[in-house]
Design a protein. Structure first.
Lengths: 304, 387
């Protein structure tokens, strides 16, 4: 039992990393636009598929690059292409509504629809058959006493932590980060100060979507069976993680993601696995009852 | 104007009469998962159907009571969901007015769809469903596969003999009737044979889960001799890989849902060397089975899995039932009833997955095989177990 606690903690860190990376995207967009981008889970799915096609192209195609070279190429390219996807959604779906001053509710529904369009578009064009992600790096299993880890899992945990600190520095230290925080503070006064609000929003979507793209690569490497609906459930759960952490706050999303991972894994470890979601979400519900704004959320003030 | 109208009328009447005058058709519906969780299963069922359809229609149709009837197959997608399988069954029964339904394949869809077909007095035959509830107390529902109460003990006996197993662990999908039922049968049987508590871990996971690390950690901590995985092939690929990541080197034993041509694409080297019980072994087949496999491989470019062979057999059972009924009256209700009695009256059908007779529940009495996944990724025959 004691042995497996450490193993499960590590499992939880790895699983929570995905929630964290996706939750960061939710929280960034919410922080700036007050928009819950429900298509975000599906942008994550698009990221995984882009990574899949790029890997096949570089790794299995005529170029036949080595696995590590492929990975080095695939990570930035996937992040760029996924952010193009995210920005496209913003341009064709959210911005027109925002221009017409639509109620935020309509934008949220639009986001839901965009997610469904991405899922079903993928289903229609690529077919229902699952894709198997190629093994880019040779898996090595390390045994530290009772805990077994793989190089990939360690990589996943490390990258999510590093990404958080980079993002945090970007938001707090740079001018654009300052502008993002400012918009979340008052989006009517900010344009008057000469800050191009649309550019800042695009940057926000670029950041959020490229994180989803990164999560997509890491996820596809860890769980190499891809299907068009893979993003739906994990997206929803990451959204819950962001809310529990205090949506709009990137620290909250980061911690919330890991918290959800730990709660889910530990619920299985301690109780019969049948009760996992029941117990996991009851705990999250209790947290929200005690602190309705989430762990780091502050009611109606500056967020992000 | 009147002339045009009357000539239109004539044309319309002619078209309406065409099926009656120029050959009669028999419509059979397919309720299969073309999208969703297990699309490959639906695809193989459909291809097997197309193959048989072309063969029979190419020979001028099916002979029933001295007359030739052309066959028409209607493929309806059930998205691998229980509720869609019910809708698909109703659509086939009411809109397409099919004589009989082949499918659904998984027990998850076959159990509810069987209820609908039984209530609507339409013969249904599930090629692949192994859960007893599919046909239980449903005179209109049949199947082409063996049952889980038979399959479970096959796995138990094989594991005890081959792995010398005294302790077993099970990981199964809670929301899947097939997986849950088979896991419970296995647990009861293994505990009976090796003493109470011999199943040291009995873990579940939910729909669409992709991470099984917590369950597997728990299973590995209980130190079983092997892990029994009565799961769909897509989940098997993930579970086996993750168990290896956590340091498991022991054997896995699977069930018939492993037997899909996509298993090796998704699972790769991780699945090699493990065993599962299934309906037929493609590698090393002989006679009619080999003929079927060769023809399918040539037409569609990959080796058919058990579900294709079972669909082929299921359609043949329906056709034998129609021939047994002796006539097609054109009155759908009567024909469906005749067909039901026709299938029940079948003495034996020589299928490519073995010969089949039906018991009073509409279940066939047939053998199971255990196959090993070889180093080249082929499913090799290991042993055959007959009831």
């Amino acid at each position: 039992m004691f042995d497996s606690i450490f193993q499960n903690l590590f499992n939880a860190l790895q699983w929570g990393s995905f929630y964290s990376l996706i939750a960061l995207g939710y929280t960034l967009v919410y922080g700036v636009l007050r928009l819950i981008n429900f298509a975000h889970g599906d942008i994550f799915m698009v990221g995984a598929y882009i990574a899949f096609f790029l890997s096949i192209f570089f790794f299995k195609g005529d170029l036949a690059l080595s696995g590590s070279t492929t990975l080095v190429l695939v990570i930035p390219l996937t992040m760029i292409l996924t952010s193009i996807c995210g920005v496209t959604l913003e341009r064709i779906a959210y911005r027109p509504l925002r221009r017409k001053g639509a109620n935020r509710l309509y934008v949220v529904i639009t986001a839901l629809m965009c997610g469904l369009i991405l899922e079903n578009g993928n289903l229609a064009f690529l077919g229902a058959s699952r894709k198997s992600f190629p093994e880019l790096i040779d898996k090595v299993v390390y045994q530290f006493g009772p805990i077994s880890m793989t190089n990939l899992k360690i990589g996943v945990v490390l990258s999510s932590i590093i990404v958080f600190f980079i993002l945090n520095a970007f938001i707090t230290k740079t001018k654009i980060g300052m502008a993002m925080r400012a918009i979340s503070y008052d989006k009517f006064a900010i344009p008057l100060m000469g800050i191009p609000i649309d550019t800042i929003i695009v940057v926000t979507f670029v950041l959020g979507s490229s994180l989803a793209g990164l999560a997509g690569i890491l996820f596809a490497m860890s769980y190499p069976v891809l299907d068009p609906f893979m993003g739906a459930l994990i997206g929803w759960k990451a959204f819950i993680a962001a809310v529990v952490g205090g949506i709009g706050d990137i620290k909250g999303a980061f911690v919330g993601g890991f918290l959800l991972g730990i709660v889910e894994i530990m619920a299985v470890a301690v109780f019969p696995s049948t009760f996992r979601d029941l117990i996991a979400f009851s705990i999250l519900l209790m947290i929200l009852v005690v602190k309705p704004t989430g762990l780091f959320g502050i009611a109606k003030s500056t967020k992000i | 104007m009147k002339k045009i109208f009357s000539s239109l009328c004539v044309v319309a009447v002619m078209f309406a009469c065409v099926p009656m005058v120029f050959g009669q058709t028999i419509k059979i519906g397919f309720n299969i998962p073309l999208t969703g969780e297990i699309p490959k299963v639906g695809e193989e069922s459909k291809y097997a159907g197309e193959m048989l359809l072309n063969e029979i229609n190419g020979n001028g149709g099916l002979e029933v009571g001295g007359e030739k009837y052309m066959l028409e197959f209607v493929y309806e997608d059930n998205e691998s969901k229980a509720e869609s399988a019910v809708t698909a069954a109703l659509k086939l029964i009411e809109r397409d007015k099919v004589l009989a339904i082949v499918g659904p394949n998984s027990s998850k869809q076959a159990v509810p769809a069987g209820q609908v077909c039984n209530d609507n007095r339409t013969p249904m035959i599930s090629p692949w469903s192994t859960n007893p509830d599919t046909t239980k107390d449903r005179p209109w529902v049949f199947r082409a596969a063996f049952l889980d109460p038979f399959q479970g003990p096959v796995a138990t006996d094989f594991a005890i003999k081959t792995f010398n197993a005294k302790k077993a662990a099970v990981l199964y999908a809670l929301a899947n009737d097939y997986s849950k039922n088979l896991a419970e049968i296995f647990q009861a049987d293994f505990n009976k044979k090796m003493g109470e508590g011999a199943v040291v871990a009995f873990e579940t996971y939910g729909d669409k889960d992709q991470d099984f690390s917590a369950q597997l950690t728990k299973i590995l901590a209980a130190k079983p001799d092997f892990i029994f995985l009565p799961n769909n092939y897509n989940e098997v690929a993930l579970i086996v890989k993750q168990a290896h990541d956590l340091g498991w080197n022991g054997p896995f034993m699977g069930a018939d849902a492993w037997g899909n041509s996509e298993l090796m694409t998704l699972c790769g080297d991780d699945c090699k060397g493990h065993y599962f019980s299934t309906h037929y072994a493609a590698a090393g087949a002989t006679g009619a089975t080999k003929e079927f496999i060769d023809k399918y491989t040539k037409l569609y470019g990959y080796q058919p899995a058990d579900v294709a062979a079972l669909t082929w057999d299921a359609i043949n059972v329906v056709l034998a039932g129609i021939q047994n009924a002796g006539k097609v009256t054109g009155n759908l209700r009567k024909d469906r009833k005749n067909l039901k009695n026709g299938i029940s009256a079948i003495t034996e059908v020589k299928g490519i997955t073995g010969n089949m007779k039906f018991d009073e529940q509409g279940d066939p009495i047939k053998c199971a095989v255990v196959v090993k996944i070889s180093d080249t990724g082929e499913f090799e025959f290991t042993e055959s177990v007959c009831p």
